[in-house]
Design a protein around this ligand. Structure first.
Ligand SMILES: [Zn+2]
Length: 300
């Protein structure tokens, strides 16, 4: 059963142009087909359309929102080997934005997984760190010093008091919400005046997405929305957040991981990964702008 969607910026149903017709796996949509990142899997996404007014891409129609929550509750961590690199990437941008935040008293990460970034924030001097995460398994794996402050469930402002946080981080998560506008409006509510949201997402305007199109890992069943810097600024503005910084993200990844992401045929990928392993260069860290955009919004 699929439900029609409306644009998260304009709030209009329809009013769109089809970009990709739906490609849904024949098997039932369950935790495994929905949430595990498929390095070698088939292309799997809902029908993707572009809003004629604001240019935002969205999935339309999609499965029911309550089912999305259930699927994430049962999802498992699939990126544990890459955590040290992701932690370094996000840590760099946290340092960059703390100059805008009222203080380093309280930080929230929406979709915090096992809390690895919350640990990074503690290391950078934040006094209190909080998380919201729907996956039971991810929270079970969190370190004791952050686990006690991770709330189980899909994020909502009812989890926290109003005017509470200096910084809210949303990394590769906003696209996964059925209603990203509600998420940002909720962020505004629980931010202190002058508090900032840092969102890092896939960037539709990036070169890899433009080259690989539908074959890019960005076009995926988990992504209800696909943003660019422009549509991120628009959705921030529509929810009372002023964009004060926007940038291309340089992600730190191992060479081996990058090879798993490129949409080459499986045999070629396996061959290249085998070579990288035999030359002992699979763990080589590289900083590349592989297609993420960072946007910082401030509550006025
Ligand atoms: Zn729109």
């Amino acid at each position: 059963m699929l439900t029609p969607t409306k644009c998260a910026i304009c709030k209009t149903p329809g009013n769109s142009t089809e970009i990709y017709p739906p490609k849904l796996a024949e098997e039932a949509i369950d935790e495994k087909t929905f949430s595990a990142r498929r390095f070698y899997g088939k292309i799997n996404h809902f029908r993707i359309v572009k809003c004629r007014t604001c240019g935002l891409l969205r999935s339309d129609p999609i499965i029911d929102a309550s089912l999305v929550g259930k699927l994430y509750a049962g999802s498992v961590l699939t990126y544990e080997n890459h955590i040290p690199n992701i932690q370094k990437t996000y840590g760099r941008y946290l340092k960059r934005i703390t100059k805008f935040s009222p203080s380093k008293e309280r930080l929230l990460e929406i979709g915090c997984g096992n809390g690895f970034f919350l640990e990074e924030a503690l290391n950078q001097g934040f006094k209190e760190v909080w998380g919201a995460e729907p996956s039971v398994e991810a929270i079970a794996k969190a370190a004791p010093r952050v686990k006690k402050n991770i709330k189980l469930g899909m994020f909502s402002s009812s989890m926290f008091p109003e005017n509470f946080f200096d910084v809210i981080c949303i990394f590769q998560t906003l696209e996964h919400f059925v209603d990203p506008a509600a998420v940002l409006a909720d962020c505004r509510k629980i931010l202190k005046p002058g508090g900032v949201v840092l969102a890092i997402n896939h960037n539709l305007d990036s070169v890899p997405v433009k080259i690989f199109g539908e074959k890019s890992p960005v076009v995926d069943i988990e992504h209800m929305y696909l943003f660019s810097a422009e549509t991120m600024k628009k959705i921030f503005k529509a929810n009372g957040l002023k964009t004060i910084d926007a940038f291309s993200v340089w992600n730190r990844h191992s060479l081996g991981y990058l090879l798993t992401l490129v949409p080459f045929p499986k045999a070629l990928k396996d061959f290249l990964i085998k070579i990288a392993n035999s030359l002992h260069i699979a763990e080589l860290p590289l900083y590349l702008p592989i297609g993420n955009v960072g946007v910082v919004g401030q509550k006025g």
